[in-house]
Design a protein around this ligand. Structure first.
Ligand SMILES: [Fe+2]
Ligand SMILES: [Fe+2]
Length: 224
């Protein structure tokens, strides 16, 4: 009986709704976001005032240079695909408040990351693996930007989460079935289930309560 040889499924651009022209348009949108980021970082890094913001201001200058390299990579790849790189940035917001500027940057980075994640997938679907690799490298730097901004703002680095100090009662993992390991006033571990409280996180190890320094609370359902 002849053995069936498993074949590697190759991407078929003809079967994909996204073609090269569509990808060029999407990359041009990414390029417009990169221009926006360059302008924002150049300006914000120079106008942010206050001792508390000096470190992040220096970091924004680094971001500006990295965004420029992203823009050059994108323009190069758009040209390679036979397109014309666009020349218009997305609008840049301004404010005289340092926190506002950092928030604008973080919002833009969140959107940029969301788009690059899609773009990597789209590139691979139509067999543009090298381009996907270029975008992965950009994506890594965008995530670094996101983390730097979120840290400066005191929020979690993604998903619109806010970092707040954890309290034992807010974050609970069971040390053993039916009890949360948190002693009551008599020193006896009390059962969260008996109190009708939070459920245990599925798959949580039973090695005792886990207590992170910061508890990340999702305040929106947005996923990136
Ligand atoms: Fe960028
Ligand atoms: Fe960035």
């Amino acid at each position: 009986m002849a053995r069936k040889i498993a074949s590697i499924k190759k991407p078929d651009p003809a079967k994909n709704s996204l073609n090269r022209l569509g990808l060029i348009d999407l990359l041009n949108e990414d390029l417009a976001r990169e221009y926006q980021a360059i302008i924002a970082y150049v300006v914000y890094s120079q106008v942010i005032k206050g001792a508390a913001y000096m470190n992040i201001a220096a970091e924004l200058e680094v971001h500006a240079a990295e965004e420029l390299s992203h823009a050059i990579t994108l323009a190069n790849q758009i040209d390679y695909l036979g397109g014309m790189p666009k020349v218009t940035p997305r609008p840049v917001k301004t404010s005289d408040k340092a926190e506002d500027m950092l928030r604008f940057d973080l919002d833009n980075e969140n959107e940029t990351i969301r788009n690059y994640r899609q773009r990597v997938q789209q590139c691979e679907e139509i067999g543009e693996y090298a381009l996907a690799e270029h975008l992965r490298k950009i994506l890594m730097q965008e995530q670094d930007h996101q983390i730097a901004l979120a840290t400066a703002l005191g929020v979690c680095p993604s998903n619109d989460r806010v970092a707040i100090p954890a309290r034992r009662d807010d974050f609970w993992l069971p040390s053993r079935s039916g009890d949360d390991g948190v002693p009551d006033t008599n020193g006896t571990p009390r059962s969260r289930a008996a109190e009708g409280g939070q459920k245990a996180r599925p798959g949580a190890p039973g090695g005792g309560p886990e207590m992170p320094r910061l508890l990340c609370c999702r305040i929106s359902q947005t996923r990136y």
